[in-house]
Design a protein around this ligand. Structure first.
Ligand SMILES: [Fe+2]
Length: 313
């Protein structure tokens, strides 16, 4: 069973720009570079949480999911193999790079790489924000935050993420325009969401949550004053997780949702519902958003999704 979003790996020609961006605007810090020169970003005591690898184009490289411990990971791996999922053991070099005790990876039905790990390295009391912040990032037993993946077929994604992997449905947002499903694997309302866009797959955004409302306000001030990094969706509050947030540009095409005050869910009592709008108020789209919906996308034919593998990327 997956219990946390542990880390995220993307690649981008603008990887070097993440050093200043992550520190000065987000309040994160830069950890030691990866072996390929990847910029690695730290938002808490974990060695790092986001890696931005050098590449000629923006790519979603991997999503890291943590299990509680070695026993649970082995049980889960056996369960997934019994369901027919092809799991690959991580190499020694991969374990070292990801700073984990053990790793298995697999491709989702759309060819995106996911990694299952336990035993991530962390360094207690090692995180101090890269810019003045009143609080810290909300991580701990809620994991890094959440990601929203783009999928060409929502029903197929749901069969995989809920049916095969065991993510629990929190709710959905469905209207003539929107079609998303949100899943939890711990108390955070969602660690994963999937949004349907025909013919493509990839990542829309990573959400980072801050403890203090003031730190969200400060981020808005900093992004508003920065000529290079636009706020793509204005301050708003989501209907489902009640997160108050802005969506901001990054040096790459993925967005970051910078949020505060998200709700938690309890599996004993939680009942999944439907919302017909994503936001109670706000989250208005900027011209930059309208000029090119942000995200790291890769074209994929629905028919050939089965054949797409890690090697194809
Ligand atoms: Fe989000």
């Amino acid at each position: 069973m997956i219990t946390q979003l542990a880390y995220l790996g993307i690649a981008s020609p603008a990887f070097q720009e993440w050093r200043d961006y992550a520190t000065r605007l987000l309040g994160a810090v830069v950890a030691e570079d990866g072996p390929d020169g990847a910029v690695r970003i730290k938002v808490d005591d974990a060695g790092y949480r986001v890696a931005v690898h050098p590449a000629e184009q923006d790519e979603l490289r991997y999503v890291g999911w943590a299990c509680h411990n070695e026993t649970r990971l082995h049980e889960y791996a056996a369960e997934l193999r019994a369901k027919g999922l092809e799991l690959h053991a991580g190499t020694e070099a991969e374990l070292k790079e990801r700073q984990v005790a053990e790793l298995y990876w697999f491709a989702d039905p759309f060819g995106n790489r996911h990694e299952l790990v336990w035993g991530r390295y962390s360094h207690p009391n090692s995180f101090f924000p890269g810019r003045p912040m009143r609080g810290r990032f909300v991580t701990g037993d809620q994991g890094l935050g959440h990601i929203v993946l783009i999928v060409p077929d929502l029903a197929r994604a749901d069969a995989f993420f809920a049916g095969t992997l065991g993510f629990r449905l929190s709710d959905r947002v469905k209207s003539d325009i929107f079609n998303l499903r949100f899943y939890h694997c711990n108390g955070r309302h969602h660690s994963l969401a999937v949004a349907e866009i025909p013919g493509v797959t990839g990542i829309n955004h990573l959400m980072l949550e801050v403890e203090s409302f003031d730190d969200l306000g400060t981020a808005i001030d900093l992004f508003s004053a920065d000529p290079d990094r636009e706020i793509l969706l204005s301050l708003g509050r989501h209907t489902n997780d009640l997160m108050t947030s802005v969506y901001v540009q990054t040096p790459s095409s993925m967005q970051i949702e910078y949020g505060h005050g998200g709700m938690t869910v309890d599996d004993l009592t939680w009942v999944a519902g439907t919302h017909d709008l994503p936001s109670i108020w706000g989250h208005h789209r900027s011209q930059a958003y309208l000029d090119g919906p942000p995200g790291i996308f890769r074209e994929i034919g629905t028919a050939d999704a089965n054949e797409t593998t890690e090697a194809d990327r």
